[in-house]
Design a protein around this ligand. Structure first.
Ligand SMILES: *Cc1c(COP(=O)(O)O)cnc(C)c1O
Length: 416
């Protein structure tokens, strides 16, 4: 498979102009690096600085009056972000809001949706979940007086397999229909790149009498989501991975509309969760506003949200549907090139079914991680080499090219 084919694909790519809207990290000689690490930290849109500068300027010139300064008053800064955020995750605007950071939000949402009883107290999570998620569910179980070793069920792949079967997950859920309180699953597993069948998991969880929540850190901005239709109770994600909003960027949450007008649901409360019309009466009773916004605690971190605003404009221009279309082709092309390497020592552990993965491929290279890492670094490739032997590569449709994928595969071919 020759390079000119990749270059043809780039010329025909309807999204090719979007690359120019990002700062691409450079090699010492000024050539762009091959950046396949958007699953860890997405690149900076060129418009981010102006969005931040705008708020800094208002702060400098107006001080506290910035809270009411058009076009984006700080007082309601999160509100115009709800619609574009909802488009990314397939929700209604009332079902989403940007606030806090991811692990914080998982805890806040579990405060509402993990209400264990002596009979029904278990939490199902995928084995090999991101450590922060595991710590979060363990500590939630402890908080309620349960032993995490007993309360946490980890869904592990069959012997010798790297990823989970949907059937296997559904059976496990059904098996625990008497004692399961919560299913908290990743949308896309950070390590294997597996995109779980969130619709089926939601249905099974609800049939078993449990609540269902998803951590979409590796899914938001990466794979098509229909949160409203699939119907989980809640979800949360960060915005610094595929959402390109900068290190530690503000997180997003989803609370399904069926819980949106339920002031009786227990939650940790703060003044920003109240009705904005009466908030400044500084009353003594907390009455949550409707929708996901009723879970807010604090006023908006405007500087962090300005970066999210810059990013969401790009998602709206590109659309998730077009991004997914390119992403499927880009990642399938990477897979084909890797499989074409003669006597390849590589095994792709990410599912080969397109519906069961996003941008990322996780490549198992037994005993070769150091050698590959050196070759990739020397060639100006940024990706994640996990000791002992997994390389995670995420070609991102907004700013990566087919030619970069070709060059990456060529470097691997030569390295072995
Ligand atoms: C990236 C990631 C996190 C990080 O959590 P923060 O609270 O943003 O530091 C948590 N969970 C998953 C699944 C992740 O991929």
């Amino acid at each position: 498979m020759d390079r000119s084919y990749a270059q043809d694909l780039d010329r025909e790519d309807p999204l090719r102009a979007f690359r120019d809207r990002f700062h691409i990290p450079q090699n010492p000689d000024g050539t762009p690096k091959i950046y396949f690490c958007g699953n860890s930290l997405g690149l900076q849109p060129k418009t981010t600085r102006a969005c931040l500068d705008e708020e800094l300027k208002i702060w400098a010139e107006k001080g506290v009056e910035g809270h009411f300064e058009e076009p984006y008053p700080w007082y309601s800064y999160h509100e115009p972000l709800q619609e574009p955020l909802a488009r990314v995750v397939g929700a209604r605007p009332s079902e989403v809001v940007a606030m806090n950071s991811l692990t914080t939000n998982l805890h806040l949402l579990m405060t509402t949706f993990y209400r264990p009883t002596n009979r029904r107290y278990k939490i199902l999570i995928e084995a090999g979940a991101f450590p922060s998620d595991l710590y979060a569910v363990q500590s939630q179980a402890l908080l309620h007086g349960f032993d995490p070793r007993e309360a946490i069920i980890q869904a592990a792949p069959h012997e010798g397999e790297h990823t989970l079967d949907t059937e296997q997950i559904l059976e496990l859920i059904a098996h625990h229909a008497d004692d399961l309180a919560l299913v908290l699953f990743g949308g896309v597993n950070y390590y294997t790149g597996q995109f779980f069948d969130l619709k089926a998991i939601t249905e099974a969880g609800h049939n078993a009498g449990a609540r269902v929540g998803f951590d979409l850190a590796h899914a938001a901005g990466n794979v098509p989501l229909k949160l409203h239709d699939w119907g989980p109770d809640f979800a949360a994600w960060c915005s610094y991975k595929y959402m390109n909003s900068g290190p530690g960027a503000v997180s997003g949450i989803f609370v399904h509309d069926r819980h949106g007008d339920a002031p009786e649901l227990p939650r940790f409360a703060g003044w920003w969760g109240t009705d904005p019309a009466t908030r400044f009466q500084m009353g003594t009773t907390f009455t949550p506003q409707k929708g996901a916004a009723g879970w807010q605690l604090s006023n908006a971190p405007v500087l962090s949200m300005a970066a999210l605003r810059a990013s969401l404009e790009i998602f709206d221009d590109a659309t998730m549907a077009a991004l997914r279309e390119k992403s499927e082709t880009l990642t399938t092309y990477l897979q084909a090139l890797l499989e074409d390497i003669p006597h390849s020592p590589f095994q792709i552990i990410t599912p080969s079914t397109i519906d069961a993965r996003g941008c990322q491929l996780s490549i198992l290279a037994p005993g070769l991680a150091d050698q590959i890492d050196q070759a990739l670094q020397a060639a100006g490739v940024v990706c994640d080499v996990r000791r002992p032997d997994v390389i995670r590569v995420a070609p991102v449709p907004l700013y990566n090219t087919f030619d970069e994928v070709w060059r990456f595969a060529d470097i691997l071919r030569r390295a072995v």
